[in-house]
Structures are given as C-alpha cells and as structure tokens.
Design a protein. Structure first.
Length: 147
C-alpha cells in the first residue's frame, strides 16, 4: 500500500505535487556526500569524530571536539554553491530567494560563532567531494596532524 503524502505548509503550494514530494525527501543528515566523506576518512584511518555534535554551535556534520575542529558538508543546491551557480526554481521565486538567503546567513553565523570560540571550521561543497574526495580527505588529515 502506498504511503499518503502530507505537506507541512512551510513552503508555498507548488504547481506540481510531485515537486513538493521530491523536495520533502531531501535529508538534512547522512546525505550521500557526508557518507562518502566519512567512508573515505574511515578508510584512511581517521577515527574519533562526532556526528552532528549538538554542543557545538551550528551542529557540525563532523566534529572533533577535543581538537575544536568542525566540518560542514554543504549541498550545492541548498547552500548556493559558489562553484556551481545553480539556477533558482522557476516558480515561487521570492520564497526561494528568501529561503536561500536565510540559509547563507545561517551558515555565516554558525561559522563565525565557532571561530569566535577558537574552532577551526572546514566547509566542503558537495561538488568538490564528488570530484576530488582525495583532496578533501587529505585536507582533514593534514589539519588533524597539526592539532
């Protein structure tokens, strides 16, 4: 039996219900780029990190609390990747512009809060993880070795 789809009214009513259904299935945690980076870290012997550690401002995707290192893995679409320059949705433009602006401002705020507390903040974009996982893993390993 097919599960009924229920909208949560946080966004405007879409012209196509399928669009709303697809968008609502985007996850905040354990996304494909996160899982791939964690697999790579594990394969290279990097252990001892915390996932979505709530005691750090902004709840980093991966954190090393003892070393005060926070890693964020930003999806290109939701966080407006400067490398990809993805177009805005064609419908409800005002809503999406406001939503994306809030996302960007929240990202800047949480990074500043961590930096003010003496944390090292690393941000990886989804597209960079896909195209060069080795560089991302090596960057984390190098920072861990220095601290």
């Amino acid at each position: 039996m097919k599960k009924a789809y229920i909208r949560d009214d946080r966004s405007p009513v879409p012209l196509n219900e399928n669009v709303s259904r697809v968008m609502s299935r985007n996850k905040a945690r354990n996304t494909k780029p996160e899982l791939n980076l964690r697999r790579s870290l594990y394969a290279h012997g990097v252990r001892g990190y915390r996932l979505n550690w709530k005691k750090a401002p902004g709840t980093p995707d991966i954190s090393f609390p003892g070393k005060k290192i926070a890693i964020f893995i930003n999806g290109c679409y939701w966080h407006r990747c400067p490398h990809c320059e993805l177009p805005l949705p064609k419908t409800n433009k005002e809503f999406w512009e406001e939503k994306f602006d809030k996302n960007i401002k929240r990202d800047i705020k949480k990074e500043k809060e961590l930096l003010d507390l003496g944390w090292i903040v690393i941000v990886f974009w989804e597209c960079k993880i896909k195209t060069n996982m080795k560089d991302c893993t090596n960057k984390i390993k190098a920072i861990l070795e220095c601290h």
